[in-house]
Every structure is written in structure tokens, then in C-alpha cells.
Design a protein around this ligand. Structure first.
Ligand SMILES: NC(=O)c1ccc[n+]([C@@H]2O[C@H](COP(=O)([O-])OP(=O)(O)OC[C@H]3O[C@@H](n4cnc5c(N)ncnc54)[C@H](OP(=O)(O)O)[C@@H]3O)[C@@H](O)[C@H]2O)c1
Length: 414
């Protein structure tokens, strides 16, 4: 019988983490959980420890990790509790881990995901922000270490499935542009909850409305990104590094039903698509088992009862974040990191009701205008750009709220 493979789940308490554990629990002879990591959700991580009996459990927040440690000890579990970013990074490279699911949200997942790649693991990458910031380095490091990067984002996983098998030598990239006869990559987008909203209505949308996605149940940050379509913008950048294509070869088409997850167009006019119900367990099971296949727990498609599948172009006037992300993809260097950091700050403030939905693109544009991007895109320059952008965006928001505080009189406070 084949050896059971060890899996580490980074971001285990999130939407992708929970789906990953669901898939793993369906294949207990094939996989075992080596480590789980999250930020501060003690009760969910404790329950996951009871169910999956990992060797290690990590919480990035030190106080939360202390609380988890107490509960793990009281329950007599044989799990070592670690804390802080150091703990998260340690489990990303454990010797007995064959695969690492990178599903921490945001730039916080950058270093652990990169560690896993540098350690030569099979890295299932859901956490798109690190690829947006430093995708080229991920691919180069994977080549050096022998790591396999497999995309979990449903669109990129779909593209990977539509590429020729000869591309799939471990790293899913079309090495020499044109070699595989690829004309373009077409990412589908549902259009999110505000696809048909009037532009003026967007001014007043609430976090709850923005987080109510028509087809997917996801974490809050990616839900807001889907509503602004920044998510699709980030995915354009993600595609350029994963598949080694220039931004103009990545198209976006609105497909409200979320059944066609993406497509690849070839020079002979053929277009290959991947279809499935919108259930993240499908790309997760695909990437875990690749190049084999295994069941995911998701319902199969009932084609005869699907109804119409619609496609239309995205409206850039309604979704300025998509336009900004495209511009940033063309600029390259540290510009994507600056946009990503500003977006993370903006989304957090929107979720806390401190920023209007329509101010999200405003904050990203302001940050891009004032924080200088550099062409060199190494780890240090990206971390510096991320920090500078966050500082600028936070400062801009403080200034904005002080302007608001002085009422009608709009005074700029420096
Ligand atoms: N959800 C989807 O369907 C989907 C689809 C495609 C791509 N993705 C991408 O996958 C990533 C995760 O998305 P999600 O929807 O699963 O997010 P989520 O539900 O918000 O979960 C985020 C996870 O990250 C953990 N986390 C946050 N900050 C951390 C830190 N500093 N250190 C360690 N762990 C930390 C959270 O822990 P706590 O619970 O303790 O806060 C949680 O486990 C995102 O980058 C997203 O863009 C998601």
C-alpha cells in the first residue's frame, strides 16, 4: 500500500482550510494531517486538533496560542502548540510534510508560502496575494528546490487543467510563450453581488451586502474583493506568473453562473474550458491528487438541468479596481505589492465601516500615485513596498477622517 502523505494546512480555520480538511477526511488512508495553523481562532483550531490529531497546531497570536495550549493539554491531546509567525513558518517546512496548503489570507501568508516552496514541498496555493506580490520569485524558487506549485484558485486551477499535460512538469507554466500554441487565457468572473447595481447604489453598500456572494461562500476579504472585482484584477496578475503569459494575453469575461471556471484559447481556434459546480473542494482535491484524480465530496454537474450559461464583458466603469489592477500588472515591479497592500487596508476599513465601498479604488489609486514602485522585485523590495504602502494608506485614512471631523469645512490636515 502507498505511504500516507503528510499535509500541513496553513489557514486551517478559514473557508479554504475547512474545505481542505473536509477533502482530507474523505481520504484518511491516503493522507494524514501533520500541522494546522491559523491566526487567533482558538475554538475552531481546538476542534480541528481533536478531529485530525496533528503533531503541531499554531496560532500566530501569542495569547490565543497560550489558550489553545491549555485546552490541548486539558484534553490530553498529543499535539504540540506553537505560536507567532515563527511557529507558522516552522510548520511550513516540516520534514514529514509532503504537501502544504497555503490558505492564509493576505500578505501575511507570503513568508510561510515561500518557505514551503523553498523547502521543495508540493505547495497548493490558494493565498493569491503572495503570488501577486512576488510570483516570479515563487516560480524561480520552485525550479531551484524542486517544489511543485499547484493553483487552488478555481480559475487558475481550471486553466491548469486546460493546459496540455506536457506543461505540467511540476510547475504549471507555459515556459516559452507560444510553444504550446496558446493564444490567451480567459478568466471567468461571476461579477459578484453588485453585477447589476447602478453605480450610484454602490456608494451605500454595506459589508454584509458585499460579503453575500451569489455563488460562493468565502472569507470576508476575498468576498469584498469579488464585489469590487479587485479579486479578478489580482487573479490577472496571479495568472501572469503562474502561466508565464503577459497581462494582455489574460482576458476576463463575466459568467454569472460560475460553472465555467476558466478557459484557454489555442491558435487553431479551439477553446478548452473546465466546468464544475462552484465548490472549492474540487480544485483542492484536484491539486492534492494531481496527476491522479480523487473524489472531492462535491456534487457532479447535472448538465441537462443547468439552464443557460451566459457570458458578457466586464464593466470597467462600475469596477474601477479591475482597471487599476490591469494597469498595475502592466507596470510590474513592486506596483502590484503597493496596490495589494492598499487594497488590504481599504477592505479592512470597509469591513469595519470606516470606509465607503466606493472609496476602496480611491485609496488604492492614491497609494499608487504617492508610493514609488521600483522595477527590482526581490523579497526585500516587495516587503518594503508593502510596508510603505500600508503606512501611506493608513495615514491617508487618518487625514480623511480628520477632514470629515471638521464637518463642512474641508481642511487638509498634514
Ligand atoms: N474562500 C475561497 O473560496 C477562496 C477561493 C480562491 C482563493 N482564495 C484565497 O485563499 C486565501 C484564504 O481565503 P479564505 O476565504 O479561506 O479566507 P478566510 O476564510 O478569511 O480564512 C483566512 C485564514 O487565514 C488565517 N490567518 C489570517 N491571518 C493569519 C496570520 N497572520 N497567520 C496565520 N494565519 C492567519 C485565519 O485564521 P483565523 O481564523 O484564526 O483568523 C484563517 O484560518 C485568500 O488569499 C483568498 O484570496 C479563497
Amino acid at each position: 500500500m502507498a505511504r500516507s502523505l503528510g499535509v500541513v494546512v496553513l489557514g486551517s480555520t478559514g473557508s479554504i482550510g475547512v474545505s481542505t480538511l473536509d477533502v482530507l477526511s474523505r481520504h484518511q488512508a491516503r493522507y494524514h494531517v501533520v500541522a494546522l495553523a491559523a491566526h487567533r481562532n482558538v475554538s475552531m483550531l481546538f476542534e480541528q486538533c481533536r478531529l485530525h490529531r496533528p503533531e503541531f497546531a499554531v496560532l500566530a497570536d501569542d495569547d490565543a496560542a497560550d489558550e489553545l495550549n491549555t485546552r490541548v493539554k486539558q484534553a490530553g491531546l498529543d499535539t504540540e502548540v506553537l505560536s507567532g509567525e515563527v511557529g507558522v513558518r516552522r510548520v511550513a517546512t516540516l520534514e514529514n510534510a509532503d504537501a502544504v496548503m497555503a490558505a492564509i489570507v493576505g500578505a501575511a501568508g507570503l513568508l510561510p508560502a515561500l518557505d514551503a516552496v523553498q523547502a521543495g514541498k508540493r505547495v497548493l496555493i490558494a493565498n493569491k496575494e503572495p503570488l501577486v506580490m512576488l510570483g516570479g520569485l515563487f516560480v524561480r524558487e520552485a525550479r531551484r528546490s524542486g517544489a511543485t506549485i499547484l493553483p487552488i484558485d478555481s480559475e487558475h486551477n481550471a486553466v491548469f487543467q486546460c493546459l496540455p499535460a506536457s506543461c505540467g512538469s511540476g510547475i504549471p507554466i507555459a515556459d516559452e510563450p507560444g510553444r504550446y500554441g496558446i493564444n490567451k487565457v480567459i478568466l471567468t468572473a461571476s461579477g459578484g453581488p453588485f453585477r447589476d447595481c447602478g453605480i450610484e447604489e454602490l456608494e451605500h453598500v454595506t459589508p454584509k451586502q458585499a460579503c453575500t456572494h451569489p455563488n460562493w461562500v468565502m472569507g470576508k476579504k476575498i468576498s469584498v474583493d469579488s464585489a469590487t472585482m479587485m479579486n479578478k484584477g489580482l487573479e490577472i496578475i496571479e495568472a501572469t506568473c503562474l502561466f508565464n503569459v503577459s497581462p494582455e494575453l489574460v482576458d476576463v469575461v463575466i459568467h454569472p453562473q460560475s460553472i465555467v471556471h476558466s478557459l484557454v484559447e489555442y491558435v487553431d481556434g479551439s477553446v478548452l474550458a473546465q466546468l464544475a459546480n462552484p465548490d472549492m473542494r474540487i480544485p483542492i482535491a484536484h491539486a492534492l491528487a494531481w496527476p491522479d484524480r480523487m473524489s472531492s465530496g462535491a456534487a457532479t454537474l447535472d448538465l441537462s438541468n443547468l439552464g443557460a450559461l451566459e457570458f458578457e464583458p466586464p464593466r470597467l466603469d462600475r469596477f474601477p479596481c479591475l482597471r487599476i489592477a490591469r494597469e498595475v500588472a502592466n507596470i510590474g515591479g513592486t506596483a502590484p505589492s503597493i496596490a495589494n497592500a492598499a487594497n488590504e487596508v481599504a477592505v479592512e476599513h470597509f469591513l469595519n465601516r470606516k470606509l465607503k465601498f466606493t472609496d476602496i479604488p480611491w485609496l488604492i489609486s492614491e497609494t499608487l500615485e504617492h508610493v514609488t514602485a521600483v522595477d527590482d522585485c526581490d523579497l526585500q523590495s516587495v516587503l518594503t513596498a508593502d510596508e510603505q504602502a500600508r503606512m501611506f494608506a493608513l495615514d491617508k485614512l487618518r487625514t480623511k477622517s480628520r477632514i470629515r471631523n471638521v464637518g463642512e469645512q474641508r481642511v487638509t490636515v498634514t
